[in-house]
Ligand binder design. Structure first.
Ligand code: FES
Ligand SMILES: [Fe+2]
Length: 302
């Protein structure tokens, strides 16, 4: 079957780490939507990049109190888009929110609930966001790779110890639960083994398509991550924030966990070039990929 998944889905997109927007304007681009986002004294402000006064680029603006200030004539625009000078039209606002150490925008008009981690509802996490990196493959390939358990052994040195279980916790969510054992001997493998009593028990949830949460029980500790993809031509921007349970040395533990996640993700980059969306087989190992593609196809039709 051919998949017709458009470049922009009606979903939340991860555009920055929570600590990257403090007091400064960050640009974002999701499909045809270009905008500016900042954390101001009044909270998050996300606006279309085009200033409604004379069209200057708000992505080059600055933050002043609760507003994004246009770089050309210095007028400010608040979270509701309103200009601080009467007689100037409002800027177009973009739905924005913050969760799991990350900032999300939504290109549609009626966003659903923000991405969330659900496995341990009472657990408070300390989050650490990684700098965005671009991978030279389409975003759909990146998502398919996350659900492709068949490559865990060859690329990530993990052996699957229990078959995946699927569920749809909400209409816009597809979850895959599975467990692996670390079999590699690299530095990140040894460190992960040190943190894991036996197996690594994982919940991977696609939220609307472009965002995934990864909730990992290592036995001795837990980690959570939120990973977002944003299409960029033939490539993909990948962003993530990683959380560890609050407590002693939280910030340092979060950075170590972040390094483990980034190392894991980077193992895929050299082998993904040219990879197709769909396996040419009917092996049982390929089922997770088929499930994800069907889910994305369904989301595309929403
Ligand atoms: S163009 Fe933005 S304030 Fe004039
Ligand atoms: Fe992978």
């Amino acid at each position: 079957m051919g998949w017709s998944i458009p470049d922009t889905l009606d979903a939340w997109y991860l555009v920055a780490g929570a600590d990257e927007v403090r007091g400064r304007v960050r640009p974002f681009a999701v499909g045809g939507l270009q905008g500016a986002v900042a954390r101001t004294s009044e909270g998050l402000v996300a606006l279309d990049a085009v200033c409604p006064h004379m069209g200057a680029d708000l992505r080059l603006g600055t933050v002043d109190r609760g507003r994004i200030v246009c770089p050309l004539h210095g007028m400010g625009f608040a979270a509701d888009g309103r200009c601080d000078r009467r007689g100037v039209p409002s800027a177009r606002t973009v739905p924005v929110g913050e969760a799991c150490g990350a900032v999300f925008v939504h290109p549609g008009a009626a966003p659903g609930p923000l991405p969330s981690c659900e496995r341990w509802p009472d657990q408070a996490f300390v989050w650490s966001s990684a700098r965005a990196f671009r991978v030279p493959v389409p975003w759909r390939t990146v998502l398919v790779n996350a659900f492709d358990l068949h490559h865990l052994d060859a690329v990530h040195h993990r052996a699957l110890v229990s078959p995946p279980v699927f569920e749809n916790p909400a209409p816009d969510r597809l979850r895959m639960r599975y467990a692996t054992r670390v079999v590699g001997s690299g530095l990140s493998d040894r460190l992960t083994r040190l943190l894991a009593t036996d197996q690594v028990d994982l919940w991977l949830t696609s939220i609307g398509g472009p965002v995934m949460t990864v909730e990992v029980d290592l036995g001795r500790t837990r980690t959570a991550a939120v990973v977002g993809v944003v299409p960029d031509g033939e490539g993909t921007w990948l962003r993530l924030a990683v959380g560890v349970p609050q407590g002693f040395g939280g910030a340092l533990r979060a950075r170590i966990a972040r390094w483990l996640y980034v190392t894991f993700l980077r193992q895929d980059i050299p082998v993904l070039q040219g990879v197709e969306l769909e396996p040419h087989s009917d092996l049982p190992e390929d089922e997770p990929v088929q499930r994800l593609l069907a889910f994305l196809d369904e989301r595309a039709a929403v």
